[in-house]
Write a protein that binds this ligand. Structure first.
Ligand code: CTP
Ligand code: C5P
Length: 378
């Protein structure tokens, strides 16, 4: 029984339904971590997701379509239900309609196009709870990393430098001001976070074990559809994630966009995955298959690069008749996401800087109200 489930006077336990909402564009482990924390505050988690039109109006163009965003959130293991096309400003009517006691959001500020706090109604009714936002990851930051791919001669951090410079001049400050929310610091992976994300359950006796391997960079709908199909071949799915240098060897340029620690958390949040190998060998060997008691190795129908010796990394499972190719039926790839961003580069750049500018303005006015001095993180 979750900690927050209360026992009523009549001895029945109170079943708490919790509401979250957002854009959930380019869903990452920061979103998943907020949903994990929200679920822990109750028993049943409902997530409302805004339409493309609403996001366009308030924030700028989303990277993923509504259908893709709905699917990604449905794939997160702490989510019980998704409400499509939820309104941008959370109302009491919405909470009542879905019988939710309160709404949960990260401790950042979300504003409408007119600068109104999207949670002002639920906050004043005492039906708002806050969870800790995961520092160091946001859609805005990921888009920034991808845009760097078009500027190969730039060192990492140039985009952040440009944005900060623009903000600092508009705010009339000497040092480069960054928002503490989307002006991201680096994500610091901890064993605690891995424990929170993982099921911590070994396979049950008799479970059929499926092994899949890959980069799983910018975990997307193609990966999700693939893992759903892979899960149909067994009971316990182990995902082997290649290290950053290995991914870079076969993907080139600035790939992977997300480092190994970040990719681990994204894959662990997926409801079809039971266990993750952090830095799996590129070649699937007999040792690896014996160690994890793998019954079947599965790959999607995307191309497979040879290993450093020029041999097929799936040669062993093929030899022993334990290799299967599944069709995810989805042609999304990490590269296609990056292409989408680059195609709409100016729009995304404008969206990123205007979002951070808004956050800094709110902070400035909050600080001015509280102690008469303007203070922002730099
Ligand atoms: N969230 C979080 N940690 C992050 C990013 C998001 O806890 N690093 C939470 C937000 O606080 C919110 C939910 O995820 O409760 C949905 O966020 P969303 O509306 O999609 O916005 P962001 O991810 O903040 O996207 P962007 O950077 O584009 O604003
Ligand atoms: O490309 P990456 O290494 O991240 O892929 C991990 C796994 O997901 C591979 O088996 C790949 O074939 C599969 N996949 C898929 N359909 C997609 C994208 C990836 O089946 N659209």
């Amino acid at each position: 029984m979750p900690e927050n489930t209360q026992i009523m006077q009549n001895g029945h336990k109170k079943y708490t339904r919790v509401w979250c909402d957002g854009c959930y564009d380019m869903v990452h482990f920061g979103h998943a971590n907020s949903l994990r924390q929200a679920k822990a505050l109750g028993d049943y988690l409902i997530v409302g997701i805004h339409t493309d039109e609403e996001i366009m109006r308030h924030k700028g163009p989303p990277v993923f379509t509504a259908e893709e965003r709905y699917k990604m959130v449905r794939g997160i293991k702490w989510v019980d239900e998704v409400v499509e096309g939820a309104p941008y400003v959370t109302s009491l009517d919405t909470l009542d309609k879905y019988d939710c006691e309160f709404c949960v959001h990260g401790d950042d500020i979300t504003l409408t196009a007119d600068g109104v706090d999207t949670y002002h109604l639920v906050k004043s009714a005492g039906r708002y709870r806050e969870v800790q936002r995961t520092a160091g990851v946001s859609t805005t930051d990921l888009v920034g990393r991808m845009l760097l791919l078009t500027k190969n001669h730039f060192k990492q951090g140039q985009y952040e430098y440009d944005v900060a410079r623009e903000h600092s001049s508009s705010l009339g400050q000497d040092s480069f001001a960054r928002s503490p929310w989307t002006g991201c610091s680096q994500f610091l992976p901890t064993t605690q976070k891995i424990i929170q994300f993982s099921d911590g359950k070994p396979p049950k006796p008799g479970d059929r074990i499926v092994y899949v391997a890959g980069a799983f960079d910018l975990f997307h709908v193609g990966h999700l559809d693939f893992l759903e199909k892979a899960k149909e071949h067994g009971d316990y799915v182990i995902a082997g994630l290649h290290t950053d240098p290995v991914v870079n060897r076969y993907k080139g340029t600035n790939y992977p966009i997300m480092n190994l620690h970040e990719r681990v958390l994204s894959v662990l949040a997926c409801k079809y995955v039971s266990e993750v190998v952090i830095g799996a060998p590129y070649t699937v060997t007999k040792d690896l298959m014996d160690h994890f008691k793998v019954d079947v190795v599965i790959h999607g129908d995307t191309p497979v690069m040879v290993d450093e010796e020029g041999t097929d990394p799936y040669q062993y499972p093929k030899n022993v008749g334990k290799f299967v190719v599944v069709k995810s039926g989805n042609d999304m790839t990490t590269e296609r996401i990056v292409e989408r961003i680059i195609r709409n580069r100016q729009e995304f750049q404008d969206r990123n800087s205007s979002k951070e500018k808004k956050e800094l303005e709110v902070l400035k006015s909050l600080d001015a109200k509280q102690n008469g001095t303007a203070h922002v993180h730099s």
